[in-house]
Design a protein. Sequence first.
Length: 392
Amino acid sequence: MAQTLESILNYPSMDVDTANEALDRSVGVIRENLAEFTDRFQSSNSFGGFYVPTENVEWTTGFWTGEIWLAYEHTGEACFRKAAEIQVESFLERIEKKIDVNHHDMGFLFSLSCVAAYKLTGNAHAKKAALLAADHLAERYREKGQFLQAWGNVGEAKEYRLIIDCLLNLPLLYWASEVTGQARYAQMAENHIRTAMKCILRPDDSTYHTHFIDMETGEPTYGVTHQGNRNGSAWARGQAWGIYGIALSYRYLKEPSYIDLFCRVTDYFIRHLPDDLVPYWDFDFDTGSTEPRDSSASAIAVCGILEMAKYLEKERAEYYRQAAYRMLRALMDRCSNGDIKKSNGLLLHGTYARDSKENTCTNRGVDECNTWGDYFYMEALTRMVTDWKLYW
């Protein structure tokens, strides 16, 4: 059954005091995790509710460092700053040695670790690492089509495509332009979102996960899914990347047309929430389904809504805020963890990847915590209790 604002309003709202208590519980879990996850990082997803230590690899390690910085902002405790700065050194080494960076996810990795460190402490190594990451991301820009190639070797025919996730990598380029005074970074980001919005958004306001571009003409060709249930479905996390990604680019560009685009992708997300407001991993599934949830999708969407509400006219902003408050409350009520003995993650019931007949995935991190879900849950709570200055 499609949700409306009226039906969502039946769910209890999140208030500042409740959010602050939830943030305190989350910080408590992070504090307990520092002993195991300072010199090493959390795995992308938990196993039986518990993350295991990994090296600084994959696209997800920046989320854990971002959680540590949020904990530092909330408490001012030196232990969090020390741990995060140790990890900054790891990120500098990673980008200097080009360790597992043959992809576009430099923003996920370096905005939340190194840009955050530079903004909060002026850390020179963090600035250096983030600018090297921006340069590396810029190398993936393809002039034919004007986009950032997601995966594979740059210019590789079978991987000449973008994915919706990349909208969250663009802020690294906007930041690089601000810091260096070189407009080329931001211009690449602006061109990318223009190309993405031309092909990712469907007429019904759902989104493709990934879209191929013709190498000769630069024109979009066809969209498919990589992690959704089917090529024509709306992968919940992909829709959420669209919500937050559009909001972030609007923050930097103030392009008026992005307001309508934001409302379209957000309204689709809200309308397709199940009764308890925690989305399934794909919007093909609704209330009563036995398919797994993806709590991280809702956490991402809440952050995007709270960001974009700053720029909307009063009545529309309040509409979306009220929806976001209840989505966040549902995450706290149904998915949050504050007991380190139960799990060393923050947000339960996430899905990294779920296999289907039309996607290319195998089951991974199904009904588990994942680091981005934890991070965005922390960010959403932080946005509730303070006038947070973005790392993005």
